[in-house]
Design a protein around this ligand. Structure first.
Ligand code: MLT
Length: 287
């Protein structure tokens, strides 16, 4: 099992606030120099999902961790957005941040990694902007849209968040995201996850659930994905179980597939060493 790794040289001085195209604030944490690697967080989290990646992978890569609308320090100015709008935000951030600092040539291609909701956005990004991708990493996610029951559950959570607040809407969620071992024995990790979840404003919860309820189904697109792809899940992930993940990953040509031991849905936090070495290996192969 992947044990806690001490932070190597965590420096979050590279916290940026970009003024988005509609006057909104897009918060981005970036660290390191080198080929760009952008990390998209899951729901209802923020850049802190990626602290161990910002810390360790920034020795080689320009690691960029944006925060989606309303999450972390990004603002939610327009509650009715779609996941395609979030892919536009990713492209906006890419154009502002991935210029090679030693030359005037824009370094257009980058590796995009999305976890769960971040994975849904990464797939949207691929659909619209695939020429910019040197690699795609889909972690603890799935390509299918919600069925009717799934959509209703999301809209019910959105309503609960509006009426009863974040904490009530997210009751029982840490147990769904983390492994039983993390819940019982990794107190700091659990507190970090709960802090990310419970500090998210209720209108952000409602907006994100509504956006996810309307997301497109990517199953029919998988065989057209022609950028190098890595699919990752955790051995205990209940939301993206290894068997079904392996099955859809096999529809992507030459996709690599890894199951991380000891982790559930939040593998970058629960198995950071293994997560980082799998990413490093993939990025080394493709860049
Ligand atoms: C996430 O971790 O982003 C969520 O589990 C995504 C979802 O609700 O489908």
């Amino acid at each position: 099992m992947d044990m806690e790794t001490p932070y190597r040289r965590l420096d979050l001085s590279h916290r940026l606030s970009l003024l988005g195209p509609r006057g909104n604030t897009l918060s981005v944490i970036a660290a390191g120099n080198g080929p760009a690697l952008m990390l998209l967080h899951g729901f209802p989290l923020d850049h802190r999902l990626w602290l161990k990646q910002l810390d360790h992978l920034s020795d080689t890569y320009h690691v960029i961790a944006p925060e989606f609308r309303g999450f972390g320090n990004s603002t939610l100015d327009e509650p009715n957005y779609t996941l395609s709008d979030l892919a536009d935000d990713v492209e906006y951030i890419r154009t502002h941040l991935t210029n090679d600092r030693d030359s005037q040539t824009p370094d257009k291609q980058f590796v995009l990694c999305g976890l769960s909701m971040g994975g849904y956005v990464a797939l949207e990004y691929w659909l619209r902007f695939r020429a910019n991708l040197s690699g795609l990493i889909l972690a603890n996610t799935k390509p299918q849209a919600d069925d009717e029951a799934g959509r209703s559950a999301r809209l019910a959570m959105a309503e609960k968040a509006r009426t009863d607040g974040t904490r009530e809407a997210l009751r029982g969620m840490p147990e769904k995201l983390l492994s039983a071992n993390s819940i019982s024995h990794r107190r700091e990790l659990r507190s970090l996850v709960e802090d990310m979840m419970f500090s998210t404003e209720s209108n952000t919860i409602a907006a994100a659930q509504t956006a996810m309820s309307g997301r497109r189904d990517f199953n029919s697109h998988l065989s057209s994905i022609d950028v190098p792809t890595l699919v990752i899940t955790g051995e205990h992930d209940l939301l993206s179980p290894p068997d079904s993940t392996k099955q859809w990953a096999s529809a992507i040509k030459d996709a690599k597939f890894k199951i991380l031991s000891g982790s559930a849905h939040l593998s970058p936090l629960e198995s950071p060493n293994e997560f980082n070495s799998v990413i490093r290996e993939f990025c080394t192969e493709i860049t």
